[in-house]
Design a protein around this ligand. Structure first.
Ligand code: ADE
Length: 236
């Protein structure tokens, strides 16, 4: 079974949102498995110290390399992608999610940092030995990596076999084609004096597909010129 292992000082943050809706249902159905490792359990002193002041000075606390290393060693899961969530990491993309699922069918392991981060030596050491990769979920700073881990796991879980009822839906969605998604409408047909575009009521699937393509291109062009450029380059 595809397994998520999360190394954290706040195991109570899991499964969190992943216990609800699509991911939660799949968890109950044993379509994926979750294990949290409390990094504090690997502290060796009587106060269970996991962090200390920063060499060179500064206000924040840094997580100790020996404690983080002990947690990783005791729970290492072979053939899983190892990630450290950090605003300094590579920006997360849908392509990364797809490639991890393809290359690491056993699952994913995510190390979550708190405070000012984790001592660089343990990150370097696991990068060298296990290909640990720093991943960011966006250009903003969260107070810890746990929410980023939930985001990464959610994006993975919905793509696992049997999790979505209509897996086709994922292929035409935003980003999968480098385009943002066209607008969606449902009942009632008239709401607040606003109508559903006629073409969607026509039953003409060819026209509907053409309309949706135009809408997707137009919204991508105005909102995400970066994606639009890439889409154009690819379609040449
Ligand atoms: N930890 C704190 N901020 C983060 C971000 N933007 N992405 C991933 N991990 C983080």
């Amino acid at each position: 079974m595809w397994k998520a292992t999360v190394y954290t000082l706040f195991p109570d943050m899991f499964p969190g949102s992943l216990g609800q809706s699509i991911a939660g249902k799949a968890l109950k159905q044993e379509k994926w498995d979750l294990k949290t490792v409390n990094i504090r359990d690997y502290a060796t002193d009587k106060h269970k110290t996991v962090d200390d002041t920063s060499y060179g000075g500064g206000t924040g606390m840094v997580m100790r390399p020996d404690v983080v290393d002990a947690a990783l060693i005791a729970n290492v899961t072979p053939n899983t992608k190892l990630i450290y969530t950090s605003p300094k990491g590579k920006p997360l993309t849908q392509n990364m999610i797809r490639s991890w699922l393809a290359d690491y069918p056993d699952g994913i392991s995510i190390l979550c940092g708190r405070y000012e981060g984790i001592d660089q030596r343990v990150l370097d050491s696991w990068q060298e030995s296990h290909g640990l990769e720093d991943i960011s979920i966006g250009d903003y700073v969260l107070s810890g990596g746990e929410l980023a881990a939930l985001v990464i796991l959610d994006a993975c879980i919905r793509l696992l076999p049997g999790v979505l009822e209509k897996p086709d839906a994922t292929i035409i969605e935003s980003f999968e084609l480098d385009l943002l998604e066209y607008p969606q409408y449902t009942k009632p047909q008239i709401w607040n004096n606003k109508v559903v575009p006629d073409v969607l009521l026509s039953g003409d699937h060819k026209n509907i597909a053409a309309w949706r393509k135009i809408e997707a291109e137009s919204i991508t062009k105005t909102r995400r010129p970066d994606l639009w450029q890439r889409f154009q380059a690819k379609s040449k």
